[in-house]
Ligand binder design. Structure first.
Ligand code: ZN
Length: 115
C-alpha cells in the first residue's frame, strides 16, 4: 500500500507509515485486478503448466500438486483426471509476463501511486 501522506510504499494493512508516521486508518488499497488468478504457469511446467499454475495459486509446492493430481487421476480411473487436465489446459490463460510485480514483491524503489 502507499502512504497517503508521503506516497512511499509501506507494508500492506499498516496502521502507521513508518517513514512519516501518518496514521493510515480508513485507507483501503484495492488489490490490483487479477493479482491472484488461476493461470497456467509459464515457468513451472512439466507439460502445460497446469499443476504449476495451481501451485502458484495455492502457494503450494508444485511437486505436491503434481502428486495429488496424479493420485486423483489414477484414483478416478485416468479418464476424469486427463479430461480435467486437458480442459484446464484449454481454459486457463498462461501467465502473461513472468516476473511481473506481485503485491508481495513490490517492496523496492519509490513506487508511484497505483491510481
Ligand atoms: Zn508516510
Amino acid at each position: 500500500m502507499i502512504c497517503r501522506n508521503c506516497n512511499r510504499d509501506i507494508a500492506e494493512y499498516s496502521n502507521y507509515c513508518y517513514f512519516c508516521g501518518t496514521q493510515q486508518t480508513g485507507v483501503v488499497t484495492p488489490r490490483p485486478a487479477g493479482a491472484k488468478r488461476l493461470t497456467r504457469s509459464a515457468t513451472d511446467k512439466k507439460l502445460a503448466g497446469v499443476c504449476g499454475g495451481l501451485a502458484e495459486y495455492f502457494d503450494a509446492d508444485s511437486g505436491i500438486v503434481r502428486i495429488l493430481a496424479a493420485l486423483a487421476t489414477i484414483g478416478s480411473g485416468f479418464v476424469f483426471g486427463i479430461l480435467t487436465y486437458i480442459v484446464a489446459w484449454c481454459v486457463l490463460p498462461t501467465r502473461s509476463a513472468p516476473g511481473v510485480a506481485t503485491p508481495a514483491s513490490v517492496t523496492t524503489g519509490p513506487a508511484a501511486p497505483a491510481h
